[in-house]
Design a protein around this ligand. Structure first.
Ligand code: ATP
Length: 251
């Protein structure tokens, strides 16, 4: 399986705080990679380096390379709007825009210049179908997205991310604010999506990582301690710190 992201010697500082220490990791295409580790270990920071969301943080310094399909995304001249079209993000709390369900999904494609009503209708339907929410919303597309349940809102946010046809979907604890049924729907969805997309998810929930991911990366205090196939990392971890974490001895 080829790598879609290759990270080499990635270091990140927030001011004087050294939050990521020389991280090296290759992310395979069309698989689900989970990032696990205790609170504050750098999972979200690492995830955000992949679509340059940390650029917005004042005082941040980043060294090393993050290559997406062989291209360093931190090289001068990289168009961050283009990058975020390739690499979409779904956040911890559902954050639909205060507009209709239809307009939430059409927002990105419109921003990228698509005006044809028929084309937008097609994108909206396909994206909502891919996010497994079409049947629940097809009769209320013009209604406010804020009237949906939390789980529906999160699937709508996934549809919104898919509408611009990214290659990679980043999910930052995207089920932690949801009930178990909605969580299970999003886990099933992530597994379905990997035939078309590459999914990278931060999760606090080790059962979730074990259930849905193909690869798992364990972070601790800014270090990538161990990375490998999920079933191997959970059954025969090579590092004592990984073993302690997955057996619940700390974190
Ligand atoms: N914007 C920021 N400015 C300064 N320090 C930050 C910022 N964001 C994160 N940090 C610090 O960087 C470290 C890593 O944080 P990060 O949010 O990446 O951890 P995490 O593993 O995702 O944690 P959690 O599971 O609690 O979300 C922490 O010490 C955190 O306090």
């Amino acid at each position: 399986m080829s790598s879609i992201i290759e990270v080499k010697d990635l270091n990140l500082w927030y001011g004087a705080h050294h939050a990521l220490h020389s991280v090296n990791i290759d992310i395979p295409e069309h698989e689900i990679t989970a990032l696990i580790g205790p609170s504050g270990c750098g999972k979200s920071t690492f995830l955000k380096t992949l679509d340059r969301m940390n650029d917005l943080v004042q005082g941040v310094k980043i060294k090393g390379t993050v290559a997406y399909r062989g291209q360093d995304i931190y090289a001068p001249g990289v168009d961050v709007t283009w990058l975020r079209k390739q690499i979409g993000m779904v956040f911890q709390k559902p954050n639909p825009f205060p507009m209709s369900i239809y307009d939430n999904v059409a927002y990105g494609p419109r921003t990228h210049g698509i005006r044809s009503r028929a084309k937008l209708d097609e994108i909206v339907e396909n994206s909502l179908r891919s996010a497994a929410i079409w049947d629940e919303v097809k009769d209320r597309l013009k209604k406010s997205a804020l009237g949906l349940s939390g789980g529906q809102q999160q699937r709508l946010c996934i549809a919104r991310a898919l509408a611009v046809e990214p290659e990679i979907l980043l999910m930052d604890e995207s089920t932690s604010a949801l009930d178990p049924i909605s969580t299970s729907k999003i886990e099933d969805l992530a597994v379905e999506l990997k035939s078309k997309y590459t999914v990278i998810m931060v999760t606090h929930n080790m059962q979730q990582a074990a259930r849905v991911s193909d690869n798992t990366a364990f972070f601790l205090l800014g270090d990538l301690v161990e990375y490998g196939k999920t079933e191997v990392l959970f059954s025969t971890p090579t590092d004592k710190r990984t073993e302690d974490y997955i057996t619940g001895r700390f974190g």
